[in-house]
Structure formats: C-alpha cells, structure tokens
Design a protein around this ligand. Sequence first.
Ligand code: ILE
Length: 450
Amino acid sequence: MSLETKQREQWGSRVAFILAAAGSAVGLGNIWRFPYVVGTNGGAAFVIIYLFIIALIGYPMMVTEMAIGQKTKRNAIGAFRDLAPNTPWWVAGALGVLAGFVILSFYSVVAGWTLSYFFKTLAGDLGVGTDFVGTFIGHITSDWAPLFWHFVFMGLTLGIIGLGVVKGIEKTVKILMPALFVLLIALVGRALTLPGAGAGVEFLIKPDFSKITAQSILGAVGQAFFTLSLGMGCMITYGSYLDDKENINDNAAWVVGLDTAVALIAGFAIFPAVFALGFDPAAGGGLAFITLPAVFASMPGGTIFGAAFFLLLAVAALTSAISLLEVVVAYYIDEKGWSRQKASLIIGTLIFILGIPASLSMGRWSGFTILGYNFFDFLDFLQESILLPVGGLLTAIFAGYVWSAKKTREHSNINKSAIRLGTWFDVLIMYVSPIAVSVVMVTGLVDKLK
Ligand code: ILE
C-alpha cells in the first residue's frame, strides 16, 4: 500500500521511541568496538576525548537528524527532498540509505559470529585449554557456518521489519532493551568482583594523555558517528515516526546518554576481567572473540557469563540491525510505493547476498582485494571513511546553512523540553561539526591511501 492509502505509522509512546533509537545506537559499536578502540588507544585519556566529541558533535547531530525526520515525516531521501525541493540535497539522504545497506551486510556477518559464539559457549566448546585464536580464525574463515548464522540473523532482522514499526520494532525493543541492561549489569557485577579487577578500573579512569595521538582523535570521531547511528539515515527515519507533540531535545539527550552509558559500562564489564586474568587490553578486534572467551573459560561461572555476554552482543546487534534495514525499507515504501513485506523481503535478501562475499573474504575469497582490502574490510572502509563522514558533513551543512541552524533549532525547541537549544547549537552545527568531520575525513583518507 502506498502513502496515500495507508497512514504512516507512529511510535506508541515516548518511551518506545527512546528505546528504539537507543536500540539503534547501542550495538556492536558499544560492546565490541568501543572497548577495543579504548584498549588500543590507551584507555582513560581516549575516553575523555571521546566524551567531549559526543557532547560537541554527537548530540547536535543527533538533534539535527531527529528534527529532519520529525519535521518531514519522510524517509532519509524524501526528507531532504521535502525540505529542499528541486535541489540535489537528496544526495545527503541517499548516502545514508546506501550506508544503511552497506553497513548491514557486514554487520550481520559479525552479528552471526556472536550468535554462533553464544551457542559454542553454552555447549561448553570454549572451555579451558581451547586454542582461542585458532577457534576464532577457524570459524570466520570457514565457508558454511558463518554464512548460516548470517542467514539466521538477517532472517530475524527482516522478519521484525516486515511486521512494522509498532508490531515489529517497538515490540522487539521493549523486550530486548531492558533484557540487555540486566545482562550488562550482571556482567559488570561479575567482572568487578574478580580478584585483581582494580587494574582494569584504573585503566578506564586514570588518564595518561601522552598516549593520545592525532589518530586516536580521528578514531574517537569515527566511533562517535558509528555508535550513535549518525550519517546512516537511522535517526532521520526513526524521527519520522515521532509524533509532532514530542520534543526532540530531551529525547536526543536520552539516546546519547544511554548509548554512552552502555559503552562505558561495557568497558567496566570487560577491562576488569581482562586485567584480572592478565590478558592484553590492546588485543584489537579480537578482544571480544579471542580474549574474552579465554577470560570466561578461566573464571568461575564462566560458561553462564560467557553465554550471557554473547547473547547480549547478539541482542544489541539485532536492535541496531533492524534500524539499518528500516532506513532502506522506509525509502522503498515511501518513494516507490512498495508494501512493507515486499520491501523487507527484497532488500533483506539483497543485503544478505552482499554479506556473502564479505563473509567468504575472511577465508576462501581472501585473495580478492579492492584497494588492498579484502571485501569485508573494503565495505568497512567505504562506510567509515566515505559514506558516514560525507553523509554527516552534508547533513550538518544542510541543517546549518540550507534549512538553517535557526530553523533547525526552532523546530527542535517547539515543544516543552528541559534542554533548550540556544545559539551555542548554531555554532556547533555550523562550524564545529562540519570542520571536525572534514578534518577527520581528509586526514583519515590520506593516511589510509598512502
Ligand atoms: N549504532 C550501532 C552500533 O553502534 C549500529 C552502527 C547501527 C552501524 O553498533
């Protein structure tokens, strides 16, 4: 059914919107990526810089994307068309839709690993004496197992999106988000009571600024966009289902606050355990799949806590994946008049297909490279270095200069809210965000391509 015959869905309540948007933000980015980025960038000093970036760039960009969605009630591309008809600004939204498509294809592969690790841990396959590096490499380089779990994960994602905003997304996040918080708190409790956990806490709260390099600042900006689901159309799309009576400012603060809290709590669940058991905090992307299983294997109650951890990762990934698929599906529903079921099935299947070479590029197809990257890393490079920064930059310029900072601010200030946007918002959206994002993008690209 097209827009003319069917009313656009709306979130059932303010809490539903906050949980859905926080569900989008909180994902592999918080629990898998944040700890390892902190670990490889020296700990507390990086966390402090990251918090500044979240406040100065993350929050204003979150407000902006939600405001664009709420104001226009359109998908990411339609929203820009609506605010600036007959101009090429729709390209900013198109980058978001493309980012949603590309990110989900490899995000689902990683989410599949977490599902598989959940069952492996539960079955006791990751006990003391396991070769954790070998097991991980063996898993991701094999043909069928990762593809099977990628298939299962994409199936869940498209099933939920096929059900719709209220019956699918809202119902799912209302159950899974509270479950996620409970699991996370249980894990922190376990980690902090391990003997020797103090060193991990110290790593997160005692800054050593000599460890900060230009690269770590770039890393912090990239992490902020990824973790807050900015530049990928998610917050525009979710904002488009938000009633006009709802305020943006406080809701955006809740989402940014919850996302940041989960990342920090995940850090407090992981580093105390890593330090208590003498592992390397700078293990990189393998932290969650190599170091942590080793940690779990060597601690009392490890099977249960290990399984809980991977379940937590999978749940967080699912509430993010649905928001990425919704970005693309909403476009086909709004602009092409497709039914929700048709759009979910077709787009979900195409994303699954794009994920196949991403998964196989870890093993059988590792010889195939683009710009020196295997296919998985190429997709990651594409989103991190091009799609998100260019999309984010265009969105900031659009809000600051085309729709105008004043109008963006006035729209966000319409309803009663505890936080009021003042001219400080104009400065952040017109100067701070675009300049910071441009510098990060150019420096990052020069560094990567040299
Ligand atoms: N924000 C989420 C995360 O941190 C997803 C990023 C949507 C692609 O994992």
